[in-house]
Design a protein around this ligand. Structure first.
Ligand SMILES: NC(=O)c1ccc[n+]([C@@H]2O[C@H](COP(=O)([O-])OP(=O)(O)OC[C@H]3O[C@@H](n4cnc5c(N)ncnc54)[C@H](O)[C@@H]3O)[C@@H](O)[C@H]2O)c1
Length: 252
């Protein structure tokens, strides 16, 4: 498997040590990648790096709040100092605020835009600059089924995920001649810290499960598998795509 994916010995940068970023980082380390994970939550990073036997690869943490362009560029520089130029990049931070459009203020809009979309731009641009110089690289942005579907109470979140998909497609087009692929994964509901409180309330879990043709929610490892494939040599001719990992949610 490790040889089939051909990730061994290469450097990876994963932004986000939460449910999906953490699972992706563990998967890449298991494939033998030297993997740096960036998160502002030092305890989450410690758990991830401490608990995960890397099985051949390496998991390293960088504590950073990536809310500004400078912080993003500094985090990339720190990762490069640790593992060299990243061959693989994953953006897996974001948050939702489940309120109707008319209840959201200017700051709510701006803060979701900054975390979900601007950080993807700042980091993608900085890593892309380095990958273009290196003449190779693979990127995956974690989008969502909300990029396609018009869920109520998701307006800023959906706007950022639609934005991620279009930004990703243009990056893919511009950087394809340089040997770089840029893709996204679009998970349906997966139980992580981002969604747990909501799922545990008022029968939301059952309601959401009933909307999924596979009749269940996803697990983080299923998203990590898709991320790992898209970062591997086996996906060398796939670029500009969003791979929905959703048990069929976007079919209905
Ligand atoms: N869980 C799901 O069901 C689901 C579904 C579709 C898409 N997604 C997307 O997947 C991505 C990851 O979600 P998750 O479920 O792993 O969330 P999570 O809440 O488990 O993890 C997010 C991580 O981001 C970190 N973070 C937040 N703000 C930060 C900042 N300013 N600087 C540095 N780190 C910061 C948090 O500390 C946390 O560890 C998000 O983009 C989310 O929109 C998740």
């Amino acid at each position: 498997m490790a040889r089939w994916l051909n990730l061994e010995g290469k450097g990876a940068l994963v932004i986000g040590a939460g449910g999906l970023g953490g699972a992706s980082a563990r998967s890449l380390a298991r494939q033998g990648m030297a993997t740096v994970v960036v998160d502002r939550d030092a305890a989450a990073l410690e758990r991830l790096v401490g608990d995960s036997p890397a099985e051949g690869g390496e998991l390293l943490g960088v504590v950073a709040d990536i809310s500004t362009p400078e912080a993003c560029r500094d985090a990339v520089a720190e990762a490069v100092a640790m593992v060299g130029e990243p061959r693989a990049f994953v953006h897996a931070v974001g948050r939702n605020d489940r309120r109707p459009v008319l209840e959201l203020g200017d700051d709510d809009w701006q803060s979701i835009l900054t975390l979900n979309l601007s950080t993807a731009w700042w980091l993608g641009q900085e890593v892309g600059r380095r990958m273009v110089a290196a003449g190779e690289g693979r990127m995956v942005f974690v989008s969502s089924v909300s990029a396609l579907l018009a869920h109520a109470h998701h307006a800023p979140y959906a706007a950022t995920k639609g934005g991620i998909n279009q930004m990703m497609r243009v990056m893919a087009r511009e950087w394809a001649p340089h040997g770089i692929t840029v893709n996204a994964v679009g998970p349906g509901y997966v139980e992580t810290d981002l969604t747990r409180a909501y799922l545990d309330r008022d029968g939301h879990r059952e309601e959401l499960e009933s909307l999924v043709p596979a009749r269940r929610l996803g697990v983080p490892a299923e998203v990590a598998d898709a991320v790992t494939f898209l970062l591997s040599d086996r996906a060398a001719f796939i670029t500009g795509q969003c791979l929905y990992v959703d048990g069929g949610r976007t079919l209905v």
